[in-house]
Ligand binder design. Structure first.
Ligand SMILES: Cc1cc2nc3c(=O)[nH]c(=O)nc-3n(C[C@H](O)[C@H](O)[C@H](O)COP(=O)(O)O)c2cc1C
Length: 234
């Protein structure tokens, strides 16, 4: 059965949703982990085990220095005690915005579990060595794709295909083969979002959702950050 009703006229599209979140669990500052990174770990594993589709996809929001925001999806690749890592082209729109304004927001939405996780923080570039290790773990087709794309620039219909063919010739890779390794290009690598705030959200009936927010206590050590934990009104 459709979970939304749509009314369309010539100039409007109106949507009424009938989704009722109905999770039996309950989260509160009393039953979450004292560290939001550990809490994320628990929820991420629960999402994986529950068969959530693409639990590793997250929305990344950036903003220009004058505060004009933009969002897009990226893939979450690593979490350690410093923060959340994703990989991208360093000349893309998102990267340019992060260069001029290092504040970012991440959002995971695990629909099948009625859960979302919000992460706010500053970014740093991951080391060249870390990016190299990740780049070399990717199939050659993805490496070629990364090299061929001048991400976020305007291109002609056949530009990408031509660049791909030139790169295959340059690096001696037979079209369609999975063999070979390409060097990590200077314009490609990871960013790490170092959280200063995280929120865990659980959908409940009648909009009475559970929200638990962690705020990093200023001045607490990078090695073992301390957090205040509060319940927020839905
Ligand atoms: C599920 C999903 C995952 C994606 N993962 C990445 C990623 O890890 N890195 C990336 O650069 N782009 C990724 N993309 C493409 C981005 O959404 C975006 O189109 C691209 O990075 C250019 O964004 P920008 O012009 O804002 O820089 C992904 C798209 C989707 C739908």
């Amino acid at each position: 059965m459709a979970s939304i009703d749509v009314t369309e006229t010539k100039d409007t599209l109106q949507v009424r949703s009938h989704v009722q979140y109905n999770t039996p669990e309950h989260i509160s500052p009393q039953n979450v982990h004292t560290s939001p990174l550990e809490q994320f770990h628990i929820w991420f594993n629960e999402a994986r085990n529950a068969g959530v589709r693409e639990p590793d996809s997250m929305s990344l929001s950036t903003a220009t220095s004058s505060g004009i925001p933009s969002s897009r999806m990226v893939l979450f690749k690593q979490l350690d005690k410093r923060g959340f890592v994703f990989y991208t082209n360093y000349t893309s729109r998102k990267s340019k915005e992060l260069d001029e304004n290092p504040n970012a927001a991440l959002l995971f939405f695990w629909r099948e579990m009625s859960r979302q996780v919000r992460i706010l923080g500053r970014v740093e570039k991951v080391s060249k060595e870390e990016s190299e290790v990740y780049f070399q773990s990717r199939p050659v087709g993805s490496q070629l794709g990364a090299l061929a794309s001048k991400q976020s620039t305007v291109i002609g219909e056949n530009d990408l295909q031509e660049r791909l063919q030139n790169l295959e010739t340059l690096h001696g890779i037979e079209p369609g083969t999975k063999q070979g390794k390409l060097p990590l290009p200077d314009f490609w690598g990871g960013f790490r979002v170092i959280p200063s705030e995280m929120e865990f959200w659980l959908g409940k009936p009648s909009r009475l959702h559970d929200r638990v927010r962690y705020l990093r206590i200023e001045g607490s050590s990078d090695d073992e950050p301390q957090w205040t934990i509060d319940r927020l009104s839905p």
